[in-house]
Design a protein around this ligand. Sequence first.
Ligand code: 4AD
Ligand code: MG
Length: 432
Amino acid sequence: MTSRLYIEDLSNHIGEQVTLAGWLYNKRSSGKIRFLILRDGTGLVQGVLVKNNLAEEIFNKFDELTQESSFRMTGTVRKEERAPGGYEMDVQNVEIISIAKEYPISPKDHGVDFLMDRRHLWLRSSRQHAIMRVRHEIIRSIREFFDTRGFTLMDAPIFTPAACEGTSTLFETEYFDLGKAYLTQSGQLYGEAGAMAFGKTYVFGPTFRAEKSKTRRHLTEFWMVEPEVAFNDLNDNMDLAEALLQHIVANVLKNRMPELTSLERNTAFLENVAKPLPRITYDEAVAILHKKGLPFEWGNDLGGTDETVISEEFDRPVMVHRYPSAIKAFYMKRDPENEKLALAVDVLAPEGYGEIIGGSQREDDYDLLLGRIKEHDLPQEAFDWYLDLRRYGSVPHSGFGLGVERTVSWICGLDHVRETIPFPRMIYRLTP
Ligand code: 4AD
Ligand code: MG
């Protein structure tokens, strides 16, 4: 591949003649001077066409170019603070590659459904561009965090024989002669096998939930990163979650400030993530709800509104630990101090974003775990391999899952997760 120049590298080419390739973002004319704004995926640059300096045939290509037409533009680079992107090009040549048909997305306001139906095109807009770049930075930071701390990536299968997070939210499919298979809700159980093999592992991939939740926090397909560490207890687990969040947020603030600015994100709450994250028990969380006059009953799960009210007490993410075991998954270890509690932790993001991380210390006792599998009416055969992890050298261990899309939504300050993933899957959306 020949080395191609991109707009983001223009600062190293001031005064040089260069060629850029991309799409027409916008154009405007003021008589003898015309402006073509080119986008190439890394930024915008304004090309200036001066009638008196150009062959008529080149100057007139301006008229042919429609929004999103592809073309090459050659000219000399200049710094120009007032231009979109900060650089301008004195254009010497324009080469049209493909003239676009009338583009459906115009700068005027469109409804979300209209835009979602054209998601494949909407991704070209500057707002979606900023969100996707923040998403990429978050994913890159997650991998960097674990890869530089001795964790081994151990991807889990997507077709699974049984539920991990509760049977009511499974997508099922026929699997040849073997009966039913289910799309994974979480790679955790496989992550636990990984932890017993490698000590520190993480699973990172798409996960699926068939619950009929139509909220701004729910997708049917989302990405989750799940570290699992042998010999970690609940406190170690919270330390790990805290360090991961701090690493992610610090990187986004360092590397994606222009994107956060273009999203008009107030970064004050993000800056606070560098400080230690508060840790409260479920009991203390319930006390906050009562103090604020909510009629919450001990033993219930925290709903979206409850999470919002609790998180409003804090200026950064808060960890809530030791939930009633009755509302938590079968694999969670009970608190030795109080049988009614599970050694679970959820991290609630501030500003009403709710749960971004869920995790726990795992039940490592064979008999207790077998009992839970029976209590939860789970098919024992499907969990026999999982029980092996308690038969052969069981150790205390812990892990958690961080939802990528909820994290993107919070860090970007969006009001719905649908814009945090390139092609969202929700109850009412399967296309494009
Ligand atoms: O709390 P959850 O269900 O935990 C688990 O799946 C554990 N097995 C993880 C583990 O311990 N390894 O999900 C974890 C996170 C949530 O905190 C949330 O960020 C995200 O996954 N999540 C969703 N994100 C978008 N849409 C949904 N429907 C989600 N359900 C969970
Ligand atoms: Mg959860």
